[in-house]
Design a protein around this ligand. Structure first.
Ligand code: SIN
Length: 302
């Protein structure tokens, strides 16, 4: 077994990097490119029951240390996504199907569709910070999250991950609800609520006004969430937020993550980011005497 191999629930990954939902993940072609570039797994764009155009532009603002986006969950709908999943399955790494919905029943329907399409695991989007009726509107209430995870678990047999929002004081309660309902892993964090204003236009830049901040600007927030979660829950955590080099990834793993996702880092550092994280992490582990990633998980707590 290579020292970079990890397992999340019963999902085996060749290395602890995954493509985060929302970046290069709406077509089989782009998912295949990311897998070829070295990611250990790829997560699809969040898919809903019906096709959605998303918000009109502008939907993205680039900052020095990240991005603010409000796309509005654009996606082709679960029926049309079958064709992309069919082709993406040939990519030799697990394809994790991200889904968003407004009720436990709708989540279960989408999860069983993704399972039928060959997804290796489900990622529940309980955390989009700006879509009416979806994402964090559902994901900040521990009872609702418990019901969603329990129903999805009984509708499918593949691992179920819950992607949580940092935009709440109830993160630990929500995470405990995921664990109590049988969830297989927590993915933390999604973007942080944010706003960009143009001084010349004298208005918010994004058409939706508010959006979600990602990239290096949120790494300390993500690390804090993962650190606190590791102390309180006993299911694996996947760290997300500002990972764009091996050191970022090692910091998340030492905080308690079993793997990391890279989203904005793909835009900022290119597709080489996956290979360079793995090469740098391997060299660090050799220097520091870690013979597996799992030996590094949570060491910052010792
Ligand atoms: C979007 O599609 O607007 C972003 C999705 C998310 O933040 O989860």
């Amino acid at each position: 077994m290579s020292s970079l191999e990890v397992t999340i629930g019963n999902l085996a990954l060749r290395n602890p990097t995954m493509l985060a939902s929302g970046v290069m993940d709406e077509t089989a072609g782009s998912l295949l490119r990311v897998a070829r570039a070295g990611a250990g797994a790829v997560v699809t764009k969040s898919i809903g029951s019906e096709p959605r155009k998303g918000y009109p532009g502008p939907t993205l603002v680039e900052l020095d240390d990240g991005y603010i986006n409000a796309m509005g969950l654009p996606n082709p709908g679960i029926e049309a996504f079958a064709a992309e999943m069919r082709e993406a399955r040939s990519c030799l790494v697990p394809v994790i199907g991200s889904i968003f919905a407004s009720s436990p029943k709708e989540f279960s329907f989408l999860a069983s569709k993704m399972q039928d399409y060959g997804a290796a695991a489900i990622e529940l989007n309980l955390s989009c910070p700006h879509a009416k009726g979806y994402g964090m509107e559902i994901g900040v209430d521990p009872e609702t999250v418990f019901t969603v995870v329990r129903e999805v678990k009984s509708a499918c047999s593949i691992p179920v991950f819950a992607k949580l929002t940092p935009n709440t004081h109830r993160l630990l309660e929500v995470a405990k609800a995921v664990e109590a309902a049988g969830g297989d892993a927590i993915v933390a964090i999604n973007t942080v609520k944010a706003l960009a204003i143009s001084a010349e236009i004298r208005r918010p830049i994004l058409s939706n006004k508010g959006g979600g901040l990602s990239g290096p600007a949120i790494k300390p927030i993500g690390l804090r969430c993962v650190y606190d979660l590791h102390a309180d829950v006993n299911i694996p955590i996947v760290g997300v937020g500002g990972v764009e080099n091996w050191r970022d990834a090692v910091e998340y793993i030492m905080a308690g993550a079993s793997a990391v996702q890279v989203g904005s880092g793909v835009g900022r550092a290119g597709l080489e980011v996956f290979e360079s994280i793995c090469t740098g992490m391997q060299a660090f582990m050799e220097r520091e005497g870690f013979n597996s990633v799992s030996h590094m998980v949570g060491v910052a707590h010792e």
